[in-house]
Design a binder for this molecule. Structure first.
Ligand code: HPA
Ligand code: ZN
Length: 352
């Protein structure tokens, strides 16, 4: 699917992208050599080919084939080459540079600090690498970013709390002397039997620090409606999450999509991620119905290099081509991301 000039030129804001999911095979290869990390591939072409075969990460659906990693296994395997502050800087700068090519003016990337600290990488290496990229991308590319620290929901809750406490000096909000890297916390990784309410203490800590809250409710998960119910109505002492990442399953249940609409909780959708495993005729009408029912949605990429190299522009093109969205609708979708963002008003106004 080629990207039309109209989609290419739209000013964009991205609110759902995992920075570790933007690691290209090229940079991974380079970092493996820089850091003497051995990869299970003897040639670059083999490494590249490995990106084509990642499966769904839902363990209950499985369909695993021996030797082929699940999606999240491939994602965390990619992280192995990230060791030093410069590695995290290079990863972030590569994505932020690419933003300029897609006319992404502002972005709120997720990062998984625990994916690195649990391998023995010091937290400051990760955080300072991203902080430097945040600064340099603003200066060099005029691309602004406010980052989102994600708890790994399949790790013990305590580990997430400890990671948050360690990262806190890099937060924004009302943290005294905070360096302003991240403005929110999120919830990522495998949702299997890990509902949002388990992380209530972490969300409340972050809220007390003046940070924003979002959380993944992936499409087609076990207990997906129960997780959505918690994210919409129960977390944050009953206020609900400010945004939900994915959340597409809410379309199936009136009380859920009405809850999203009435509480003005926007969904950060990643159409290509679903399109990998959902028929066009099923998926795009579903997105359309959420839109027509007044749920606020925006379009994003999730993990572009692990998802056939489809970035935010490719995701928008899919919605435009398959979803029956007009040019005016597409501008509205792009504006929704501005409204849903946690940018300051000046930045919002500079985009639309
Ligand atoms: N789902 C959940 N967590 C993630 C993903 C995803 O697709 N990518 C990176 N972290
Ligand atoms: Zn995601």
């Amino acid at each position: 699917l080629s990207i039309s000039p109209f989609i290419a030129d739209l000013p964009k804001v991205e609110l759902h992208v995992h920075i570790e999911g933007t690691l290209t095979p090229t940079l991974r290869w380079e970092l493996a050599h820089r850091n003497n990390v051995s990869l299970p591939y003897s040639t670059f072409d083999e490494l590249k080919a490995s990106y084509a075969v990642t499966l769904n990460h839902r363990p209950e659906l499985n369909g695993r084939q021996p030797g082929i990693p699940t999606f999240l296994e491939a994602y965390f395997a990619g992280c192995e080459v990230l060791r030093t502050e410069d590695d995290f800087y290079d990863l972030a700068m590569a994505y932020l540079r690419r933003c300029t090519e897609m006319n992404v003016r502002y972005t709120e990337p997720f990062f998984d600090i625990q994916a690195h600290t649990r391998r023995g990488v010091p937290a400051p290496s990760v955080l300072n690498g991203y902080l430097r990229a945040q600064h340099d991308a603003k200066e060099q590319f005029n691309v602004r970013s406010r980052w989102v620290l994600c708890f790994l929901r399949d790790e013990p809750v305590e580990d997430g709390l400890a990671a948050y406490r360690e990262a806190r000096p890099w937060a924004a909000g009302i943290v005294e002397g905070g360096k302003g890297l991240f403005h929110a916390v999120g919830l990522a990784s495998n949702a299997y039997e890990r509902p949002p309410m388990l992380f209530e203490e972490g969300f409340n800590l972050a809220r007390a620090d003046g940070l924003h809250i979002t959380m993944h409710c992936d499409f087609g998960q076990k207990d997906t409606y129960a997780h959505l119910n918690e994210a919409i109505f129960r977390v944050c002492e009953g206020r609900g999450s400010e945004r939900i990442d994915h959340g597409l399953d809410a379309e199936d249940r009136e009380e859920l999509w009405q809850g999203l609409r009435d509480r003005n909780i926007g969904l950060t959708l990643c159409p290509h991620a679903y399109h990998r495993r959902t028929a066009t005729e099923v998926l795009f009408p579903k997105i359309r119905r959420l839109w027509e029912n007044g749920v606020k949605i925006c379009i994003n990429s999730d993990d572009p290099t692990l998802m056939h190299d489809v970035w935010i522009d490719g995701n928008m093109q899919k919605v435009y081509t398959y979803g029956g969205f007009s040019k005016v609708d597409m501008v509205r979708l792009a504006r929704n991301a501005v409204d849903m963002s946690w940018a300051v008003d000046d930045v919002k106004r500079s985009i639309y």
